[in-house]
Write a protein that binds this ligand. Structure first.
Ligand code: NAD
Length: 258
């Protein structure tokens, strides 16, 4: 079998949190193109159902929508139960749901701080933990977490201390889980995207005005497109990445190099 054939995901059962739109939707589409059955997990059920329908209509795979808030342990537990009922197993988890808040540190309320840490770090822990439990029982699996270049650098000018701290946490959480679960055949990796054109950036009142400035700073003078994260995720989900665990893939057009 050639390398491209080996990279296909036929028959794999994958869930994607924050899969209704943006990076999650784009990567879920690539997983479906590669032959996997997909559960779109999102707090926004209407959008999740729309995305699942699109995948189902355009690819010969099964796609379901599951409503869950990744910060709620009960929702996350119910999610794995629903996916196991529908698909029978979980081969890959793309733990990707995240939010961003730009507030100066000295003005940030406890609730604002907690919200970002809850979704971006605790949410990834809860979903990775739930997937990991299933995968350990099955004898293996692959978990991909979405961190950010903000876990590596303090990108300016927006004040984002809670976001930056949450994403640095995701990188270290990924490495910790990779080591804990290495002998259980559960691989855990993360991606650290640079600025990508999604709702999070393009339609955020506080971030949108900064795009021109970022583009001037960026070595490629542009933001990334969500589809530019597809191939790395398909690689990490599949069976050609069996020696890749505990890795953090920075996909940022060299933004963190400057
Ligand atoms: P987006 O806002 O377009 O999509 C995020 C999705 O997550 C939405 O569908 C939303 O409903 C869902 N979501 C939010 N909170 C949730 C919760 N509590 N439970 C379940 N679902 C929830 O954002 P995006 O740009 O696609 O970002 C996806 C991930 O990529 C995030 O973790 C983000 O931090 C990260 N990231 C984004 C960029 C960027 O520039 N866009 C850069 C680096 C990292």
């Amino acid at each position: 079998m050639g390398i491209i054939e080996k990279m296909r995901l036929d028959g794999k059962k994958i869930f994607v949190t924050g899969g209704a739109r943006g990076i999650g939707k784009s990567v879920a589409t690539a997983f479906a193109e590669a032959g996997a059955d997909i559960a779109i997990v999102d707090v926004d059920l209407k959008e999740a159902e729309k995305t699942a329908r699109e995948l189902q209509e355009n690819h010969p795979v099964q796609a379901i929508a599951v409503q869950a808030d990744v910060t709620k342990p009960r929702d996350v537990k119910a999610t794995t139960t629903k996916i196991l009922d529908a698909f029978g197993r979980i081969d890959v988890a793309f733990c990707n749901a995240g939010i961003c808040l730009n507030v100066p540190a000295e003005e940030m309320t406890f609730e604002q701080w907690k919200k970002v840490i809850d979704v971006n770090l605790t949410g990834i822990f809860l979903t990775a933990q739930a997937a990991g439990k299933v995968m350990i029982q099955q004898g293996g699996g692959s978990i991909i977490n979405t961190a950010s270049m903000s876990g590596h650098i303090v990108n300016v000018p927006q004040p984002q201390c809670s976001y930056n701290a949450s994403k640095a946490g995701v990188i270290q959480l990924t490495k910790s889980l990779a080591v804990e679960w290495a002998d259980k055949n559960v691989r855990v990796n993360c991606i650290s995207p640079g600025y990508m054109g999604t709702e999070l950036t393009l339609n955020s009142p506080s971030l949108k005005p900064l795009i021109e400035q970022w583009n001037k700073m960026a070595p490629l003078h542009r933001m990334g497109k969500p589809e530019e994260l597809q191939s790395i995720c398909v690689y990490l989900a599949g069976d050609t990445s069996t020696f890749t665990t505990g890795a953090d893939f920075v996909v940022d057009g060299a933004f963190t190099c400057i």
